[in-house]
Design a protein around this ligand. Structure first.
Ligand SMILES: *Cc1c(COP(=O)(O)O)cnc(C)c1O
Length: 225
């Protein structure tokens, strides 16, 4: 077996009904995904459009595919027919394109806005100010009948690449604060806060995450990032 069944069971048990597990299968073969599928896993996450499109063709139809990578506007069309949730939306322009492509397929595509919470410049996402502006534009557009084919379902973030748990926790608390501000449980009980990966998922869930994206713990280390 290529996948770590014991880890899978442990993670599922630890998450309970607190958080949805997205199994991140990027760079891993379809056979590995099928193994996990046979154990009941249905949510899978991929980072690369072409890889996702190829896997989707050969794998069961009831898999919920999450796009968790950095999405370029010109590639939205390849995943629009089937994608379940797009995690890393980081511009209004991208949202417009997702809306357009979703409309062609008569779908409503759920999206998460990515917030830049890490120290690293290399990571993507809105700053706090940009998020405020984007939320305002989105709400105004939707109230005037635009952007009817997307739904902003919540927020996503990636913590800094560091061993310093306290630092990571600070970033998670910061993101949870923004999440509560824009998606209060009273009016948005189903909103999604996607935060936490293999190395920090427990910390993320303890700090309010309700969706974690876990790759290497389940599928083993990757050779490509
Ligand atoms: C690759 C990736 C993950 C999974 O990372 P692991 O450390 O292998 O669990 C989660 N989220 C994003 C955005 C990723 O690119």
């Amino acid at each position: 077996m290529a996948i770590n069944v014991e880890q899978y069971n442990q993670i599922k048990e630890a998450l309970g009904d607190k958080a949805v597990l997205v199994a991140v299968s990027k760079t891993k073969p379809a056979d590995d995904i099928l193994e996990l599928y046979k154990l009941g896993q249905r949510d899978f996450g991929e980072n690369y459009v072409q890889e996702l499109a190829e896997k989707q063709l050969v794998l069961p139809n009831d898999i919920r595919w999450h796009f968790i990578g950095h999405l370029q506007s010109n590639k939205v069309k390849y995943i629009a027919p089937f994608v379940h949730l797009i995690h890393g939306v980081d511009s209004y322009k991208l949202l417009l394109e997702i809306d357009k492509q979703a409309g062609k397929h008569k779908r409503i595509i759920n999206c998460l806005l990515q917030v830049h919470i890490a120290q690293e410049e290399t990571k993507f996402g809105f700053s706090q100010e940009e998020l405020a502006e984007a939320m305002k534009s989105i709400n105004a557009s939707q109230q005037s009948g635009l952007l009817q084919n997307i739904r902003v379902a919540g927020l996503m973030g990636m913590a800094s690449f560091t061993e310093d748990q306290q630092h990571i926790q600070k970033e998670f608390i910061y993101l949870k604060g923004l999440f509560d501000e824009y998606f209060p449980a009273s009016s948005a009980p189903d909103a999604v806060l996607s935060m936490g990966m293999s190395s920090d998922y427990a910390l993320a869930v303890n700090n309010g995450s309700n969706m974690v994206r876990i790759g290497s713990l389940l599928f083993g280390a990757r050779s490509k990032p």
